[in-house]
Write a protein that binds this ligand. Structure first.
Ligand code: MN
Length: 129
């Protein structure tokens, strides 16, 4: 448990800081970026154990970024949690259909968020790489 590397892809600086602080407090290592393009590069380079992907990003959005991660053997098995500011059902359906491993709605509630992180990492353990 913990010590795992989490890649945070989030363009909102306050949200990025909150997620980073919560994860580090819980002994996870983090790497972060504000863009999906840079996120894809970091995913390949650092092979994180988990990716938190903001749904709405400048340029490439979270769904496109997920598709690109899943298209490459090196990053295909990394679990990805979608983080969305929207409570809109339509967007939630898009997220589920896209194949994200889990979803978190902003504003982040710390206990619930950490539970989703732990559950998603735990599920990955049983999965072949
Ligand atoms: Mn955003």
């Amino acid at each position: 448990m913990a010590d795992e590397l989490v890649l945070i892809v989030e363009d909102n600086e306050k949200n990025r800081k909150l997620v980073r602080d919560v994860l580090r407090y819980n002994k996870y290592r983090t790497v972060e970026t504000a863009s999906a393009e840079e996120g894809l590069r970091l995913a390949l380079e650092q092979r994180p154990d988990l990716i938190l992907m903001d749904f709405q990003l400048p340029g490439m959005n979270g769904i496109e970024a997920l598709a690109r991660l899943r298209a490459r053997p090196e990053t295909r098995a990394i679990p990805v949690i979608a983080v969305t500011a929207s409570a809109m059902t339509e967007e939630h359906q898009q997220i589920v259909a896209a194949g994200f491993d889990a979803m978190q709605t902003k504003p982040i509630r710390v206990r619930e968020f950490m539970q989703v992180v732990r559950d998603t990492l735990a599920r990955r353990k049983g999965r072949p790489e």
